[in-house]
Ligand binder design. Sequence first.
Ligand code: NAG
Ligand code: NAG
Ligand code: NAG
Ligand code: NAG
Ligand code: NAG
Ligand code: NAG
Ligand code: NAG
Ligand code: CU
Length: 643
Amino acid sequence: MPLSPSVILHVLSLTALSVAPSLAQAQTPNTFKYVGLSGVSAQQLFLGTLNKVYIVDKTENNNATVNGHPAWATEYDLTTNEFRTMDVLSNSFCAGGTVLGNGTWLNVGGNQAITYNGVAMPNTQQTGQSPYKDWDGGKAIRLIDPCDDESCEWVDNPAMYMTSRRWYPTLETLEDGSAMIMGGCEWGGYVNYADNQNNPTVEYFPSKGTPFTLNFLLKTMPVNLFPLVWLLPSGNMLVQAEFQAEIFDYKNNIEYPIADIPDCVRVYPASAGTAVFPMTPENNWTATIIFCGGTFLEADQWTTTWAINTYPANQSCVKITPDVDLNWYHEDPLDTGRSMGNFINLPDGRLFYVNGAHLGTAGYGPEDWTIGQSYADQPVYQSWYFDPKAAAGSKWSKAAVSPIPRMYHSVASLLPDGSVIVSGSNPNADYVSKELNTTYTYFTQYQVEIFYPDYWGKTKPNPTGMPTQLTYGGDPFDIHLTLADLDNSAININKTRAVIIRTGFSTHTMNMGQRHVELDTSFTTQDDGGAILHVAQVEPNPAILVPGPALFFIVVNGVPSNASWVTIGDGIIGQQTIKPRSVLPRSQISAQLMAQYGGYTGRSSYAVDTSASAKRVSVDPVYTVQVVVGAIIGIISLCLFNL
Ligand SMILES: *[C@@H]1O[C@H](CO)[C@@H](O)[C@H](O)[C@H]1NC(C)=O
Ligand SMILES: *[C@@H]1O[C@H](CO)[C@@H](O)[C@H](O)[C@H]1NC(C)=O
Ligand SMILES: *[C@@H]1O[C@H](CO)[C@@H](O)[C@H](O)[C@H]1NC(C)=O
Ligand SMILES: *[C@@H]1O[C@H](CO)[C@@H](O)[C@H](O)[C@H]1NC(C)=O
Ligand SMILES: *[C@@H]1O[C@H](CO)[C@@H](O)[C@H](O)[C@H]1NC(C)=O
Ligand SMILES: *[C@@H]1O[C@H](CO)[C@@H](O)[C@H](O)[C@H]1NC(C)=O
Ligand SMILES: *[C@@H]1O[C@H](CO)[C@@H](O)[C@H](O)[C@H]1NC(C)=O
Ligand SMILES: [Cu+2]
C-alpha cells in the first residue's frame, strides 16, 4: 500500500538524511534531486509504463510489508513519488530480467529461501517457513504486465519455473521477442567458486527445449556470473566474461572466440559500466559497445580472501564494433578508477555515467576486512556525460554530484521526461539502517533521486502525431512540429532526431536490453516556420531493435520531447512482420527558409538522395574475413576442449 506523506516524513526524520534540504529544490539542470522512498532496496529496477517504475529487492527485512511479511518488491509512481508494495513469492536475490515482445517483463533466478541476516534456510524448507515467508527462487521465472491502475501483481508460479538453478543470470531479448537466459550459478557466492556451482547453460523463455552448454561459460571460470551479452545487428551475440570474449551465433550454436578484452575484468563483480552507443542512420545502425572501469584481478585473486576493498578499480575504457571489426580500441579513460559505474543512454545521443566506487568491487561478506560488510569503499559521487561523437580527449564532461553513496546493488534508468532515476545501494546481507547499527558506513539506501540533465529547463518540443506502434519497415509516418517546437528557429528541423530508447532492466551495473536507435528522417518545412518530420519505420531487422515496448522521443537540437510509449513490432512473441525498408520523401525546404538561410538546401545527404539507403556509410567488410579466422580458432579450441 502507498505510504502517506506523513509516514514518508517520519521515515525521513528517522533516517536523518543529509539530502533533506534538497527536498525544497526545484528541478535544476545538471543536479540530482531527492524525490521519495523506494520502500524496498532498489537492487533491480525498470520503467514499466510512462508513470510506473518497478523495483525488486532480494528477500530481506524491509520495513514495508505485504501479506504479513517484509516486502521485497514495490511499484514506484513517478507522479506521486509513493510506492505500492508488491508480493513476490520467491527470493529474487541477484535476479536478471528483460521485457518480452508482448510487453510482459521477466525477473529470473535468485537463491534459496533465507532468514534473518541472509542466512540460508535448509534446502528442504523451501515453502515459506522462514520468518520472511520466502520460497526458493533459484529456478524462478516471475512475470508482470505493468499497469497504471495499481491492479497488476507479480506472477511467481512454480509451474512456470526453469529446470535448473540460476543465481546471477543474464537475459537478452531476441528477434522473435522471446528471451535468452544465460549462465549463473547454483547456490551463489562472490564469484563462481567451483565447477559444480557453475550453470554453464543457456535456455529460453518461452522454453525452446532443454538448456544447452555454452563452452564460454566453462572457459571463463570463476568470473562469469552475469555474463555480459548483447544481440548484434548481424543476429550474433557479443559475450564477455573474465578477460575473454566471443561472438556467439546462437542460431547455429557456434562460438567464435575473439581477442581478450584489454586492461581489466569488466564483468560482475568487477562491474564495468557497459552500453551500446546510439545506432543511427549515420553509422548504418552498427553496434559499438563500450566498457568503462572494472578491476584487474587474475583468476586466483577472485577466490582468495583479502582486503579487496582497498584495491583501486581501473580507469580504462575500451570499445568494440563486433559486426565490422573484431579489434578492441581504447576510448577516453575515466578520470579515476571506478567499479560499478552505470551507463544510461540519453535521448540526445550522450551517455550518462553514474554510481560506483573507487576501491573494491561489487559484493559483500562477513570478513574482518569489510567496511561493515562492503567489498567496496570510497563511493564515487561525481557523475559524468560521455559523448561518443566528441573528439578524442574531450568525450567526458562533468555532470552532477550526488550526496548519496550508490555502490553494490544500485540502479539507474532513463525516464520518459528525459531525466534519470537513480536508487539503491545495499552492500549488506540484510536491511541495515543507521538506527539499527551505528557502526556501519554503508546502509541500505531507500532514497530515490532524479538526475536532471543539462537540457533540463530548455523548452521541450511538443510534437504531434506520435505513433503508438512501429513496424519493421513499411510506410513512413509524419510528426508535426511548430516553430515553437523548433525552439523558434525553423532551421532547427535539420537538427531534429527521432529516437527510440529501450531503457532496459537495471541491476548490478547493467541495464539488460538497453538500446538507443535513431530512425531515419526527412522533412518538409512550412511557411509558418513549423515543419513536418517524415520518419522511417524501424529498420527491417529486429536484431537492431528487438520487439516490445520502448520510449519514442523527438529530439530538437539536443532537447528531447517527453517520450511517447511505443510497441516495436507486432506486440507478440514470434516471427515479426517484416516489410520493405521505408522510403522517405525527399526533404523540401520552403522558399522563405531558403531565402533566409542563403540557398540552404536541407541536410546535404537528403538533398541528393532519392532513397534512404543511398546515404548509408560504407563499412569495411572485414567481418566475414575475421569470423572465418575466428571460426578456425573456434574449431581448434573446441577440439582442444573436447580432449
Ligand atoms: C515502518 O512502517 C510503518 C508503517 O507500516 C511506519 O509507521 C513506520 O514509521 C516505518 N518505520 C520505518 C523505520 O521506516
Ligand atoms: C507474453 O508471453 C508470455 C509467454 O508466453 C506469457 O506468459 C504472457 O502472459 C504473455 N503476455 C501477454 C500480455 O500476453
Ligand atoms: C588499469 O589496468 C591497466 C592494465 O592492466 C594498468 O596498466 C593500469 O595501471 C590500471 N589502472 C588502474 C587505475 O588500476
Ligand atoms: C553492527 O554490526 C557489527 C558488524 O557486523 C556487528 O558486530 C554488531 O553486532 C552490529 N550491532 C548491532 C546492534 O546489530
Ligand atoms: C512533460 O511531462 C511532464 C510530466 O512528466 C509535464 O509536466 C510536462 O508538461 C510535459 N511537457 C511537455 C512539453 O509535454
Ligand atoms: C542546418 O542548416 C544550417 C543553415 O543552412 C547549416 O549551417 C547547418 O550545417 C545545417 N546542419 C545540418 C546538421 O545539416
Ligand atoms: C548497412 O548494414 C547492413 C547490415 O545491417 C548491410 O547489409 C548494408 O550493406 C550496410 N550498408 C552499407 C552502405 O554499408
Ligand atoms: Cu547481487
